[in-house]
Ligand binder design. Structure first.
Ligand SMILES: Cc1ncc(COP(=O)(O)O)c(C=O)c1O
Length: 403
């Protein structure tokens, strides 16, 4: 048997996934029946959904669903080609114009996923051997992989301590002025804390570096009307490149880069994940336009999600959980040990009469010793559901001696 198949065979028999299944704490691939709402049917259980990124609850909004249906009627179901060739429809252009206006940039470019946006944009921006990247230690995997694809020398990659602006400056001092791109999540995906963008931007100006912010978990949630991290800090003009996804607040799938006309034009012709992949289906574009129509007028969705997450955060702190520095729609419960985190997930999930679905986050998605349960909230969640979930966290947390 060829080595490739042998390793798969070995993993199937002895790999960690199989061992976790045998001990009954494998946490992945549970099946949902029906819509992604605050209460879902998962496997045979009714559970409270604290593991989605459906921050604004838009996956089930009637106007959004209708817009997607209408787009299918008008354009069909897919594009069957790259934007460069047959895959540009008028709805892609309309969406790019709407997003550029929303984020506050000159231009915008839509990709088929957020992962592809980061892979393509980061590797295309850092395209010379003598360019440098400075990346937060807790950045998302798509940023890490985008950096791996970049053509710079491997010694030109600097990883600075999480949200530590002193450490970032130490690195900036060591690299040639004007050659570095600082890349950071706006809202960090696992811990829910916000980048110290005001200080980061000052440092970028001092050392002539570019600024690239991944707003996957920020757009729709922070900043006026959910315009994102730069708007939250009133620094829209200081962030050169903003990346975002449609897979969270925008309730569908796709990604974007909002930037100057020159940057978007560069990416249009250099970003391989943009050029060599089919464009997002029209229904996805219509979904995002419909969400923009709603959130540009109505702030209640983002206010609700921040309010329910805030209620949970306070409750968790009161009963003794460590919730880190989160201040957004993501609230981590820090457990600090891999197996215990998986077991905590399982006991929350199997709690009766109703359990919680959450996300166990273990190394390498977080540092060793900082394993956590990531809980995230939905604008349509009621206080009653939040309080029920808090009681479950407390009950299971006490039994497991986490609190
Ligand atoms: C911070 C961050 N960036 C990028 C992505 C990738 O987004 P997508 O799901 O659209 O591929 C994610 C998704 O989890 C994310 O959390």
């Amino acid at each position: 048997m060829a080595q490739f198949y042998k390793k798969c065979d070995r993993y199937l028999r002895f790999g960690e996934a199989t061992l976790l299944k045998k001990t009954g704490i494998y946490p992945y691939f549970h099946q949902i029946t029906g819509e992604q709402n605050p209460i879902v049917q998962m496997d045979d259980n009714e559970v409270i959904m604290l593991g989605s990124n459906n921050y604004l609850g838009m996956t089930s909004h009637p106007k959004v669903k209708k817009a997607a249906q209408k787009a299918i009627e008008e354009y069909g179901v897919g594009t069957t080609g790259s934007r460069l060739l047959n895959g540009t429809m008028d709805i892609h252009i309309e969406l790019e114009e709407r997003l550029a206006r929303f984020v506050g940039t000159e231009d915008c470019l839509v990709f088929s996923t957020g992962m592809q946006a980061n892979l393509g944009a980061i590797s295309a921006m850092i395209s010379d051997k003598d360019e440098w990247v400075l990346s937060d230690q807790q950045n998302h995997a798509s940023i890490i992989d985008g950096i791996k694809l970049a053509k710079m020398k491997s010694s030109n990659k600097r990883i600075y301590k999480h949200n530590d602006m002193e450490d970032l400056e130490k690195h900036l001092k060591e690299i040639p002025k004007g050659k570095g791109l600082i890349v950071t999540d706006g809202v960090f995906s696992m811990e829910g804390d916000i980048v110290k963008l005001d200080i980061l931007v000052e440092l970028a100006e001092k050392y002539g570096a570019g600024v690239y912010v991944d707003d996957a978990h920020a757009v729709g949630v922070i900043g006026p009307h959910g315009r994102g991290t730069a708007a939250h800090f009133d620094l829209v003009d200081k962030v050169g490149i903003t990346m975002g996804t449609f897979s969270k607040s925008f309730a569908t799938i796709g990604g974007y880069i909002a930037a100057s006309k020159a940057v978007c034009n560069w990416l249009k012709h250099k970003a391989r994940s943009f050029i060599f992949s089919a464009s997002p289906p029209p229904a996805n574009c219509a979904t995002v336009i419909a969400v923009l129509d709603i959130i540009e007028k109505d702030e209640s969705f983002r206010k609700n999600v921040l309010s329910v997450a805030g209620r949970m955060r306070e409750g968790l702190i009161d009963v003794g959980f460590n919730v880190g520095d989160s201040s957004t729609a993501i609230v981590p419960l820090i457990v600090g040990e891999r197996r215990k985190t998986m077991k905590f997930f399982r006991d929350l999930f199997e709690h009766k009469p109703r359990g919680i679905f959450s996300n166990p986050v273990v190394y390498p998605a977080t540092a060793k010793g900082e394993e956590l349960i990531r809980s995230s909230y939905i604008a349509t969640m009621t206080n009653e559901i939040v309080d029920e979930a808090l009681h479950i966290f407390e009950d299971v947390g006490r039994k497991m001696k986490i609190i």
